[in-house]
Design a protein around this ligand. Structure first.
Ligand SMILES: *Cc1c(COP(=O)(O)O)cnc(C)c1O
Ligand SMILES: [Zn+2]
Length: 444
């Protein structure tokens, strides 16, 4: 069956473009573009039949449908031929029942979606498989694309470099010098990308990559490009699928450039229109206090919006003052019951460490989401009987320096309440026994 999709201006000016066209903004009004699907055609298959199809494909080796993204291909990118798909079986990440942490904070039905348990260690893989596949198809059709480029706070560049390396397409990544973790920096280096380190912040890198990609032979991979949204929207669909097609009450998402929350909202709205679900979750956006333009706009009911100069934050992947997808996100958030809240450095670091004590291994951005969750539960904005899902956006192992310095109580503006120091001793069994006894006594 031929499902149709096209690019359409998010400002509602009605302008449409072919999905294979290289265009990042509406040429009529300057608005961002979204991929739109022919939902009348999709609606010819019943909700029960879609659910059955998605369930049958999940995690199978029927390439490419075993991928969490490509198992929903008809809803994501039906125009891409299977031979052009560049997939590393992204998605189907585990949804972890945070039993101990939930009991501690009084929300027993607390879950964490571990999006970082993925090929390059963040949810960015979900979008990048779609974008790089689309580029591979454009090249196959004869478009003169020489490279794919992105500005990044670390995870987008890691995903772009890996997927491009798998496809044999040159990747060009532009990073703010000294503002990404060592783990994130070495990922594109290992995958052979051309890595440019600029003495500016993310917003400065974004401005440069937009100029660079005015030359259409260098393709823009930032989330301004709507193709990545199509892959990222599957995470919300997957969460519902993992709950046997029941919608959780609340989703908590750490946000920076606002692409991910726009994508997740888009996925939920699509499921609702196509009848797979009958209600929407509440969406909580969690920002770092040091990079909080969405929070400030939320305080005005989204009537006003001012980009900010993002300050240095431990949550480096969301250190963004001028989010590219602001207009997309607000359009989506208005359709949900939504809250935006912020977290300080001290709150995010201690929230991550507290969750680690219950078996997780949280990145700082997941710390932002958890800190916001704790606040909203204390304030009564999230009820104790609600089913809450926190999006963990990256793997904690990418942020070793953050963890090490936390446990040395050496992070600026953080008092490490859960610091755990190794006990150094001579190799003397008696001294070790005494140290063990005293440590265990401290825990009881
Ligand atoms: C990209 C990223 C985010 C934020 O997603 P946006 O789409 O920029 O809002 C959050 N956490 C991590 C770890 C990320 O890499
Ligand atoms: Zn327009």
């Amino acid at each position: 069956m031929a499902y149709r999709a096209w690019l359409e201006c998010v400002r509602g000016c009605g302008q449409r473009y072919d999905v294979g066209q290289i265009v990042y903004r509406c040429e009529r009004c300057g608005g961002l573009l979204d991929v739109e699907h022919d939902e009348n055609e999709l609606a010819r298959r019943s909700p029960a039949a879609w659910i059955q199809l998605f369930n049958e494909r999940a995690r199978t080796n029927q390439w490419p449908y075993g991928s969490g993204v490509w198992g929903k291909k008809e809803w994501v990118a039906p125009w891409i031929a299977n031979e052009n798909i560049v997939s590393m079986y992204e998605g189907h990440t585990n949804l972890f029942w945070a039993e101990r942490l939930g009991a501690e904070i009084g929300v027993p039905d607390l879950w964490v979606k571990l999006c970082g348990n993925s090929h390059t260690g963040s949810f960015k893989d979900l979008g990048m498989t779609v974008l790089v596949s689309a580029v591979k198809q454009m090249i196959a059709e004869g478009k003169p694309i020489r490279a794919v480029a992105c500005a990044s706070t670390g995870d987008t560049s890691a995903a772009l470099a890996a997927y491009c390396a798998a496809a044999g397409i040159p990747a060009l990544v532009i990073l703010p010098k000294d503002k990404v973790s060592v783990g994130q920096l070495v990922q594109p280096i290992a995958n052979g990308a051309i890595v440019l380190s600029l003495d500016t912040d993310f917003d400065g890198c974004m401005a440069v990559v937009q100029r660079l990609t005015e030359d259409h032979s260098i393709y823009l991979a930032n989330s301004m490009n709507p193709l990545r949204m199509e892959g990222q929207k599957t995470v919300g669909i997957e969460i519902v699928q993992q709950f046997d097609w029941e919608v959780p009450d609340v989703l908590v998402i750490p946000v920076g450039n606002l692409g991910n929350v726009s994508a997740i909202g888009k996925g939920f709205l699509m499921m609702k229109r196509l009848g797979l679900i009958s209600r929407l979750p509440r969406i909580v956006c969690a920002q770092a206090e040091r990079a909080n333009p969405l929070y400030l706009s939320y305080l005005t009911g989204f009537k006003e919006y001012q980009p900010v100069k993002a300050q240095r934050t431990l949550a480096s992947a969301i250190q963004i003052g001028n989010p590219v997808s602001y207009e997309r996100a607000v359009k989506v958030l208005r359709q949900f019951d939504s809250i935006v809240e912020q977290a300080t450095e001290d709150e995010l670091a201690n929230a991550a460490a507290r969750a680690d004590r219950t078996g997780m291994y949280c990145c700082p951005h997941t710390g932002v989401a958890l800190a916001v969750l704790f606040k909203l539960v204390e304030r009564g904005d999230i009820g104790r009987d609600e089913r809450v899902v926190v999006l963990s956006t990256a793997h904690g192992l990418k942020f070793t320096d953050f963890k090490v310095r936390y446990h040395q109580d050496a992070l600026p503006d953080v008092r490490a309440r859960y610091a755990n120091r190794p006990i150094e001793l001579p190799p003397d069994p008696e001294a070790v026994r005494r140290a063990v006894e005293s440590a265990l006594a401290g825990r009881s």
